[in-house]
Ligand binder design. Sequence first.
Ligand SMILES: [Zn+2]
Ligand SMILES: [Zn+2]
Length: 215
Amino acid sequence: MSSRDIIIESLTVGPIQTNVYVVGCAETGEGVIVDAGGDPEGLLGLADEHDLKITKILQTHAHIDHVAAIPEIKEATGAPIYLHPDDMMLWQAAPQQGQMFGIPVEQLPSPDKELFDGQTIAIGKLSAEVIFLPGHSPGSVGFHIAEHSVILSGDVLFAGSMGRVDLPGSDRNQMRASLERISGLPDDTRVLSGHGPATSIGREKQLNPFLKQDW
Ligand SMILES: [Zn+2]
Ligand SMILES: [Zn+2]
């Protein structure tokens, strides 16, 4: 399969400039939304542009800036929502999270499926492996599409930085272990983060202080 067969589009949404993604299989026309964080019309528009039918909603974690458009996206697509169970407390507290960040949301519809480490998620003929990367939140995961050398890393690894570890449910030790794990991916793996520009594992291993030093 050539790299032309994957469709990856993104939008930057909301007050914390969150990257949300549409990933699709060009061959079958099946697509997923990774993090329904905002601008539901924009996300659905991207899917339409590529004639993708959204068949799954995949959540890297349940912070408000990554879930704020869940009600609209769920309503419009009827697609099952996938979340790691360790982020259920954050999911259920979405209205309270929203109050803190000025993003009004109602109680979210329940997730349909549990994510777990090592799970394979089909996106048409593509497959993404779930990598459990707790630390920023208790149930953070990345979605690794090995055949296309790309990981959607949520708020774990950013270009030159990492996700916050001072939030309720964050854990610095878990974050250290998760960064070590993600940095074990091949250097040419593209990293599509929850915030900021895309990068690669190799570049971050050279430049990212949180991968190089004790903190
Ligand atoms: Zn987050
Ligand atoms: Zn975020």
